[in-house]
Design a protein around this ligand. Structure first.
Ligand SMILES: C[S@@+](CC[C@H](N)C(=O)[O-])C[C@H]1O[C@@H](n2cnc3c(N)ncnc32)[C@H](O)[C@@H]1O
Length: 300
């Protein structure tokens, strides 16, 4: 066990890319610790593989947590901290809440059933298989909530793209696909052996005077407030390409509010919602801070 542990620790200490290959060895060592009463099993006097790695590699605790795939708990703590700082900044800025942005705590289905005359829906729904029914419903409701000639742009993962396209284009006219190129480290889809560097933004409806480019480049995604957060630069690229000043932009899956921040900074009005109350709170604070003391007509 000592030589297996030394090999695994040295392996991921030097080359993080090898983590996938090392995973079976790491799991074997961790199981070995777990199958004995705590403290009775040690490697070089260490009561866990995490402690062993820290000591052997002389690395900081957070690095070892990351290498062992145990950083979820640490991320949660950092995220709560970022949210607290954001709400404090919003409270101390003394900004009135009745402005050009309206962010509601409700489901996409409810928001889009209630509003009309939206110029553009620009959104980033969840990508998992269990969320697939949302895409067809979004397209159906967008057909009613958008003004005539309004545009729907939907970021989506590649894994279920054929189903998403088929479901959505039943309800609204397919126009084009924008390539959204992401900065930062690429995600790995192990089952497909693909390093992902871009994702599609599906565009429906809305052929206007304005020419649009089908490429948007983004900095690394912003995961400060949530795992799925997009970057402000990326969402700014999409909002700028698809809308003009004064228009009403809607994101009915607004998460931490990145589309809203981009929209109000570019002089658009914003309407958003999310089913998660904490995210709605963060979104409101972010968008209000981005608006600053400017007062604009509330979206109707
Ligand atoms: C991919 S995240 C959006 C991230 C966002 N683009 C950002 O930068 O923060 C998708 C969001 O959709 C929300 N959601 C899931 N189902 C929903 C529904 N039926 N209606 C509204 N929001 C929903 C989730 O709570 C999540 O915050």
């Amino acid at each position: 066990m000592e030589s297996l542990a030394a090999w695994a620790a040295e392996g991921f200490g030097s080359v993080c890319r090898k983590l996938g290959e090392l995973r079976p060895a790491i799991e074997r060592i961790q199981a070995w610790y777990q199958n004995h009463p705590r403290g009775s099993t040690t490697l070089l006097g260490c009561a866990s593989f995490k402690e062993y790695c820290k000591r052997r590699l002389h690395r900081h605790e957070s690095t070892v947590y990351r290498m062992l795939g145990m950083n979820g708990a640490m991320r949660k703590v950092k995220r709560l901290d970022a949210r607290r700082r954001l709400l404090e900044a919003h409270a101390s800025a003394g900004i009135a809440d009745v402005v050009a942005a309206d962010i509601r705590h409700c489901a996409m289905e409810q928001l889009l059933a209630d509003v009309r005359g939206i110029d553009a829906i620009i959104t980033d729904p969840p990508y998992g298989k269990e969320f697939l029914p949302l895409y067809g419903e979004l397209a159906r409701l967008a057909g009613v909530a958008l003004r005539p000639g309004g545009i729907l742009a939907v970021m989506c993962g590649q894994a279920h793209l054929p189903i998403v396209l088929a479901d959505m284009s039943k309800h609204i006219e397919w126009r084009w696909e924008i390539g959204y190129f992401m900065g930062g480290p690429s995600n790995r889809i192990w089952s497909q052996r693909i390093n992902v560097g871009w994702k599609p933004v599906l565009v429906f409806g809305g052929v206007q005077e304005k020419w649009i480019s089908d490429v948007v480049r983004s900095e690394a995604a912003d995961k400060t407030l949530m795992d799925w957060g997009q970057s402000e630069s990326g969402m700014t690229g999409i909002v700028e390409a698809l809308t003009v000043r004064g228009e009403l932009v809607c994101d009915p899956f607004c998460g931490s509010g990145t589309t809203g921040v981009a929209a109000v900074r570019l002089g658009r009005r914003f309407l958003g919602c999310d089913v998660d109350e904490l995210r709605v709170e963060s979104s409101r604070a972010r968008v209000m801070l981005a608006l600053g003391p400017r007062q604009m007509r509330a979206p109707s």
